[in-house]
Each structure stands twice: as structure tokens, then as C-alpha cells.
Write a protein of this length. Structure first.
Length: 219
């Protein structure tokens, strides 16, 4: 079963509350990006997945961050790194640890994540393509969409159209773009395959970062 690299500082907290925050939970843009997934093994025989969590401070002041989000697929967290994770069903409360609990204006968390054993039946069924991945998605009819100059903040787009491909580009190092929670290549080359539809559609999300003229395209 895949596990995070051994140099990560693993810290799993399921019982004790995290520190107080300057903003209420869900006050900062949060993106969950699955980077590894497997379909068998684990206590339920239904596999699991690992994901990174990107929290961006979009306020003008430093923030002692504290957010909540839903798991992309239901299950139980069995390990995590660089954050205090509290799980209640499919809901996760997350706060920082001693060296990363304060985000400056425009900053995004680095190397915060978790791994999950899926629940019986392979996990829960999302209600919308972006549920559990990013919040307040911008809906577009698709399938043809040209997202030019998406800015430097985290973005979240959603469509119920049938997509066959796309691409993205002008992303600086450290910024990622995901389709249905799966990180995609952003070197302007075409995606010849896409993840399976999620809740009948597609969620396209980007973490914050340079450059403001970053783009994505679907067809």
C-alpha cells in the first residue's frame, strides 16, 4: 500500500481540537488533490488514496489557519502529514502545526496531506463533481471552454458536459491543476485521457500561484 515518503513529519490528530483560528472554518480557499489511488487492499478490500491539501490565505493579513472540507471519497484516514486532522464521518477539520500554522497574505500550504482507506463499497458517492474537492465552483456549459488569464488565486470550475480532452499552461512551479481531484500536466500539451466523470461531470481546480496569465482549455 503506498505511504508518504519517510521524511514527512507525520502527525495525525483525531481526538483533540486544533488551535483557534483568526477566521471561521471554511474561511479560506481549500483544494484537495488526489496524487495516488489504488483499487484493492486495505481493511475493507476496496483500496484507498492519498491526497494533498492546499489552503490559501486570500486575506491581506497573516492567518492562523483552520479549515474544514469533505473527503473526495469516504473512508478512514490512516496517516497524515504536516497538519492536525480531525475526522468526523466524511468531514475533516484541519489546522496547522507549529511551523506552518500561520499563512502570510497570498501564501499556500506546502506538503500537507493524508492517506485514506476507502470504506465498504469503495467510498461514498459525491453529490456534485466538485463536492469534497473545492468550494463555490464556477459552472460552465462546456464541453468547449477557454479559460484564459485565470489569475493567481485558487480557482474552481465545474461542468456537466461530456469532456474528451483539454490542456493547461503558464503554471509556475508549485502550482497544480486537477481534474476530478487528479493532478494533470500543465506544459501546454494535450491531455489524451481524462479521469472518469464524477457525479456525472467534471471538476477543474487550480491551486493558487503564478502566473496570472495561466490558462486551461477543455473540449
Amino acid at each position: 500500500m503506498p505511504v508518504p515518503p519517510p521524511y514527512f513529519n507525520l502527525e495525525l490528530l483525531l481526538e483533540c481540537p486544533g488551535p483557534d483560528s483568526d477566521v471561521p472554518p471554511n474561511g479560506l480557499p481549500t483544494t484537495v488533490s488526489i496524487f495516488n489511488s489504488w483499487d484493492s487492499g486495505g481493511p475493507n478490500g476496496t483500496g484507498g488514496y492519498c491526497a494533498n491539501v492546499f489552503v490559501t490565505n486570500n486575506t491581506p493579513s497573516p492567518v492562523d489557519w483552520n479549515v474544514t472540507f469533505g473527503l473526495p471519497e469516504s473512508g478512514d484516514i490512516y496517516t497524515s502529514w504536516n497538519g492536525n486532522f480531525q475526522q468526523s464521518g466524511n468531514s475533516i477539520a484541519l489546522s496547522g502545526i507549529d511551523w506552518n500554522n500561520v499563512l502570510g497574505p497570498g501564501q499556500t500550504t506546502f506538503s500537507v496531506g493524508f492517506c485514506v482507506n476507502r470504506g465498504p463499497g469503495g467510498g461514498g458517492i459525491p453529490t456534485t463533481p466538485c463536492s469534497g474537492i473545492c468550494s463555490n465552483p464556477i459552472n460552465f456549459p462546456g464541453p468547449n471552454h477557454q479559460g484564459n488569464n485565470i489569475g493567481s488565486g485558487a480557482v474552481c470550475y465545474q461542468t456537466m458536459a461530456t469532456l474528451s480532452g483539454g490542456n493547461c499552461g503558464n503554471f509556475a512551479g508549485g502550482r497544480t491543476f486537477s481534474v476530478n481531484g487528479q493532478t494533470m500536466s500543465c506544459d501546454s500539451g494535450n491531455w489524451w485521457s481524462l479521469p472518469a466523470p464524477r457525479a456525472g461531470g467534471y471538476c477543474l481546480s487550480s491551486t493558487a500561484g503564478n502566473y496570472p496569465w495561466a490558462f486551461f482549455t477543455t473540449w
